[in-house]
Design a protein. Structure first.
Lengths: 127, 389
């Protein structure tokens, strides 16, 4: 793990997708700091490690809290880490767009799509 | 109950007819005729459950008949007629529970009406009061007030009975409400479970599509072979079609028309690129205005899948044998008789046979009532999709 590479946290409950996202983000030059399948663990981790560059978050998770709930809690704690929501359910898109420094991408999304979304969200956060 | 109304009307009619026969008078006859008609209307409206209307007509008609007979035939006759009709009317029009109170009310108002009529009769005609009428009036007065006091005395028990019945009905309604609430809660729970299941299934489907998508892309990175890359691209496009079809069928989304155009253009580009490697020049056009009707999702869904089938099928054949240098022109249009037509121009029969471009009778197409046939004539190969109207 290089200190210069941007850090990313993956929150996704489907381990095969986690595996693929890991490969994808590593190829894009990210360091995968941690992967979680539920919201609570992710919230706890972000509280302790606020210097993450990007959070890749599914919305339907293996917990009572959704990815949207987790994002709101993170934002309320004063953390403005960009969040990329990747979900198959477009019903959440409207709610996801209300969260600052966030972007919504619908599954299935290709590698190009992920790259584009990451660039867009990071560009947005830099502005 | 209708028979009872009819009997009442008939009795009233016969009673009036008697006076008409005794002393034929055109005015009286007219009144009797109209009254008879109105009484029949009461029966008619009662049969059609218009009770309020029937009651009003009945009461008004009774008043008119009594008034007319009183004026025409003398006060006593009118008064007797009133006594004959009123209880029948009361029994007929109102519920069993209220009839005693209403009977007393009718009698009371009848008494007042009779007194007023008598006074009017005396003022107008100056005829002396007929013999026995005073006794009848006195009897009426005593009877009415006896009735009233009796009913006031019994009102408590009537009231109690009324509230008892009311409470019983309320209890029954409450029981029914509880049953309905319980059924509603069960249905809501079932709906919630179904919604949760659908959401869960949606997640699974989308996750699996995501996995297939990334796997396909990763596979294309691993294999730099051009043919393999083309296969992978087509595989990914097919996945996109699946995603689109899934959206339309399960999520019931009406996607913007631009989305379809974008998607089809992307799809066409991919096929063009793939075919270009072997053939040099390819054009794929679609008549968007006529064909890509996003408002008709079923038809468009079918169109998308048929597009997929025909182009994919062709592509595989081209990959199998890449000796062709013919420029293909795919044209898609819909004529006035709702036929969707794909044509491939500049194609020899040999090429056609060699390409084996045969339409695929998919299960989906059949289920949508789409009939597919192909034809080769004068260098033009066409595949016709007979779309259901």
């Amino acid at each position: 793990m290089s200190a210069n590479r941007p850090k990313i946290l993956i929150v996704e409950d489907e381990y095969l997708i986690v595996f693929m996202l890991q490969m994808c983000y590593e190829q894009m030059g990210f360091d995968i700091v941690e992967t979680f399948d539920c919201a609570d663990k992710a919230i706890h981790f972000v509280e302790k490690n606020p210097n993450i560059d990007l959070i890749s978050m599914d919305i339907s998770l293996a917990s009572t809290k959704t990815g949207l709930d987790a994002a709101r809690i993170i934002r309320n704690s004063g953390n403005n880490t960009p969040i990329l929501f990747i979900s198959g359910n477009t019903d959440y898109q409207k709610e996801a767009n209300k969260i600052s420094f966030s972007s919504f991408s619908e599954k299935p999304i290709g590698l190009d799509g992920i790259t584009h979304a990451v660039n867009r969200i990071l560009g947005l956060s830099l502005k | 109950m209708n028979t009872f109304y009819s009997i009442c009307s008939l009795v009233a009619l016969l009673y009036c007819a008697y006076y008409v026969l005794v002393d034929i008078d055109i005015v009286t006859f007219g009144i009797v005729f109209v009254s008879g008609f109105l009484f029949r209307m009461v029966v008619h409206f009662n049969r059609r459950y218009l009770y309020a209307l029937a009651n009003v007509i009945g009461i008004v008609t009774t008043g008119i008949v009594v008034f007319a007979v009183s004026v025409g035939e003398g006060f006593t006759q009118g008064f007797v007629l009133y006594y004959l009709i009123t209880p029948l009317m009361t029994l007929s029009f109102f519920s069993t529970f209220n009839r005693r109170i209403l009977l007393a009310t009718f009698l009371f108002y009848g008494f007042l009406f009779a007194v007023l009529l008598h006074a009017y009769h005396n003022d107008i005609t100056n005829e002396p009061m007929e013999k026995g009428v005073t006794d009848v009036l006195l009897f009426n007065f005593v009877a009415v007030f006896t009735f009233i006091f009796y009913f006031i005395y019994n009102f408590k028990s009537i009231n109690e009975q009324f509230f008892k019945d009311l409470n019983q009905q309320r209890h029954q309604i409450e029981l029914q409400n509880k049953t309905l609430q319980s059924q509603n809660e069960t249905l809501q729970t079932q709906n919630q479970k179904i919604d949760a299941l659908i959401t869960s299934l949606n997640d699974k489907v989308k996750n699996n599509m995501q996995i297939m998508s990334i796997l396909g892309e990763m596979d294309s990175f691993a294999n730099t072979n051009l043919s393999h890359e083309n296969y992978t691209k087509l595989y990914l496009m097919r996945l996109k079609i699946l995603d689109l079809s899934y959206k339309m069928t399960y999520e019931q989304q009406i996607l913007p028309q631009q989305y379809y155009h974008y998607f089809l253009n992307e799809y066409a580009k991919e096929v063009q690129k793939a075919m270009h490697a072997y053939m040099g020049k390819v054009s794929i056009t679609a008549n968007d205005n006529n064909d890509l009707d996003a408002t008709n999702t079923k038809r468009f869904d079918a169109t998308m899948i048929l597009y997929n089938e025909i182009i994919l099928h062709t592509f595989f054949q081209l990959n199998k044998d890449c000796r062709f240098s013919t420029a293909f022109h795919y044209n898609c249009e819909k004529n006035s008789s709702s036929h969707l037509l794909f044509t491939i121009e500049n194609l020899t029969e040999k090429d056609t046979l060699h390409l084996n471009i045969t339409p695929i009778q998919s299960r989906f197409a059949k289920s949508q009532g789409i009939d597919i046939s192909n034809n080769y004539e004068n260098g033009l190969f066409s595949i016709q999709f007979m779309m259901p109207n």
